[in-house]
Design a protein around this ligand. Structure first.
Ligand code: GDP
Length: 193
């Protein structure tokens, strides 16, 4: 999809604040600093609408991006930031869990991981949580430009096995730097609208 029109709707912490348009929603989840904002910005063709976080773990709201009056990207606060207090973590968990397990408009969670490293414990917890609730998941392995092409397959395989992914579950190599993987990611999203 070529994106012309994006509107940053609001930051929500409670269900009453979620948008009411009824458009399909795609939530973006990832460890702090994994490249989630860069992914969003690349996909919507903006330089910095989604803020690239200088302070990991800072965003504690759900941010809705309305795209072309068709769908929403829902930016979920980054997980797995050690310095966040226990209370903050619990608040995070509660809000995300509520959204992910009860939001009718949610079509899939786009989980962003770093292709360079095996998924972390936090990544696995998130992935297990999504499979437990049967939430369709699109895994994006980003920062592919930081790895030589000859090693992509090997790293992909590590992500697949660490996550116990089934063959039909999509895993897309991505690079926000190079724009790689964009068409494939949009195809995957649009096929679920
Ligand atoms: P967030 O905390 O998950 O939103 O992560 P950011 O999008 O702010 O990215 C964290 C850092 O990784 C920034 O310095 C980005 O420039 C860098 N980064 C993100 N995606 C890529 C990518 O695809 N390739 C490269 N080389 N760097 C990236």
């Amino acid at each position: 999809m070529k994106v012309h029109n994006v509107e940053m709707i609001m930051s929500a912490v409670r269900p009453e604040q979620y948008p009411t348009e009824g458009y399909p929603e795609f939530a973006l989840a990832g460890r702090s600093n994994v490249g989630k904002s860069s992914f969003i910005n690349k996909m919507i063709g903006r330089k910095s609408l989604a803020r690239t976080s200088s302070k990991p773990g800072k965003t504690q709201t759900l941010n809705f991006y309305k795209i072309e009056e068709k769908l929403f990207f829902v930016d979920v606060p980054g997980y797995g930031y050690a310095k966040v207090s226990k209370t903050e973590k619990e608040k995070w968990g509660g809000m995300i869990e509520q959204y992910i397990t009860s939001r009718e408009e949610l079509r899939a969670v786009v989980q962003i991981v770093d292709l360079r490293h095996p998924p972390t414990k936090d990544d696995c917890m998130m992935h297990d949580f999504l499979s437990h609730y049967n939430i369709p998941t699109i895994v994006i392995a980003t920062k592919a430009d930081k790895i030589p092409k000859g090693k992509w397959e090997k790293h992909k395989k590590i992500v697949r096995t660490t996550f116990n992914m089934e063959i039909h579950e999509p895993l897309i190599l991505f690079s926000s730097e190079k724009g790689m993987g964009m068409d494939e990611a949009w195809r995957e999203i649009e096929s679920r609208m």
